[in-house]
Design a protein around this ligand. Sequence first.
Ligand SMILES: [Zn+2]
Length: 262
Amino acid sequence: MPTFLWPLKKTLTRVVQGFGDPWSANTKKLHTGLDIPAAAGEKVAAAASGTVSKTGDLGKDWAHYVVLEHASKDYCTSYLHIDPIVRVGQKLQVGDLVGCVAKIPGSHLHFNVWKGQANQLLTQRGALPTTDNAGKVEPTTDPPFPSNFLDPSSFSYRYSNSTQETAESQGRVFTITRDLAKGSSGPDVKLLQQILNSDASTIVAISGLGSPGNESELFGDLTENAVQRFQIKYSIASAGTPGFGIVGPKTREQLRQIYQRN
Ligand SMILES: [Zn+2]
């Protein structure tokens, strides 16, 4: 059995729906993977190297999915309820960015592990709901449970902070699209802190919350101070200038350039 890389940055703390759990109260269908709580925008990394064999739309409120066939062709992993950034046929290294957790009600990553090749498994309805089936948990012809699915929690995982660094540098998905200021919170604040932390002169904190590897989703005094140093460094704003310490369009553009260069 391979050791996979955990596809999310956080270690596994809680599964909202496990492998083999009833999908819902009024169906015989069983849940084929793990539902892992994750914020919209959170990066999803390839659990092992392989080739993207399928991507698709799961329909309203379910977003998209990616199936990755691993190099040995022994296993596939799939990632559901995401906004993919990869194309079919694309080769990924372990840790490369597959996409981001989609903004859907109750955002989460549904993570599957399958034994065998993708083309054998994809013929099994119920393995992946098609667009037509989206929203319907139990299409009448579905098996209660597709064979060849394995319990993801029976595998061992590596948890790596560098996962996200690798994924981000390869994926270059810049998700800061709104103005950010003291009091803002969200995954985009975390990305802001990560970019600020990529340069010693704009670092958010040397240790503790906000320090490299410990970035948070909260924009507080330390983040504001780092944004101000960033704005001075790139001649965007200075003390007394409107917007000093606020991530507006100019600051965003500079952040984006640095992010995509790194
Ligand atoms: Zn699920």
